[in-house]
Design a protein around this ligand. Structure first.
Ligand code: AMP
Length: 216
């Protein structure tokens, strides 16, 4: 049975950073819906053009489009053993669709780490966030700066700030998260899958808590 871990939490809480670390230590693939949309945007695909207007406003891309993008991604062979899902599902409709597709792909959601932090911290973290163009490695100008300004330590590519990390858009994204994604906390709690993790500590400490919660 393929193992799927869903990372749940507000924008800026560190899901992407933790997902990358977790993917390395579990050898599961990191699947980020936001990265997939950004890749489509960069390549100017039809999907990218459609997603852009929603992403720019801090809104969610419609469920049907998002679900079929994820379905395509996890049907690939590198997901045969499972994946770390980062940013998906984000609505109860997406969570139901995930259950259905995993039955088809002989997988299941094993655990849902729910990473939390206070809103002012989320705004501070997203405001100082830099991502690498090549592979989406994440830095923060204050908490985890790159060795050389503007350059990714891992692959040497250029670092950029996401348009949707501006304060106004982040505030909107947090509101959208509270309205549309928060119901998933109860959804997964009811199913006995939820693991609550305090995301206000340093990256390494959050990782330790995450790994020990997953071991249990
Ligand atoms: P993220 O990188 O996860 O913060 O996602 C960036 C943006 O991509 C979000 O603000 C949404 O516009 C869009 N997006 C990412 N994942 C989803 C999803 N599961 N459902 C709908 N829209 C999404």
């Amino acid at each position: 049975m393929a193992t799927y871990i869903v990372l749940l939490g507000p924008p800026g809480v560190g899901k992407g950073t933790q997902a990358k670390i977790l993917a390395k230590s579990t050898k599961l693939v990191h699947v980020s819906s936001g990265d997939l949309f950004r890749e489509n945007l960069k390549n100017q695909t039809e999907l990218g053009k459609l997603a852009k207007s929603f992403m720019d406003k801090g809104d969610l891309v419609p469920d049907d489009v998002t679900i079929s993008m994820i379905r395509d991604r996890i049907s690939r062979h590198d997901c045969d053993a499972g994946a770390i899902l980062d940013g998906f599902p984000r609505t109860p409709t997406q969570a139901d669709a995930l259950e259905k597709m995993l039955t088809e792909f002989h997988g299941q959601v094993d655990a849902v780490p729910y990473i939390t932090a206070a809103e002012d911290i989320l705004v501070e973290r997203t405001g100082g966030r830099w991502s690498c163009r090549a592979q989406g490695h994440i830095y923060h100008q204050k908490f985890s700066p790159p060795k050389k300004e503007g350059i990714c330590d891992v692959d040497g590519s250029e670092l950029y700030q996401r348009d949707d990390d501006k304060v106004e858009t982040v505030t909107k994204r947090i509101r959208v998260y509270l309205d549309q994604t928060m119901p998933l906390v109860e959804y997964y709690r009811k199913r006995g899958k939820l693991l609550e993790i305090n995301g206000m500590e340093a990256v390494e400490q959050v990782t330790q808590k995450l790994l020990s919660a997953l071991k249990k």
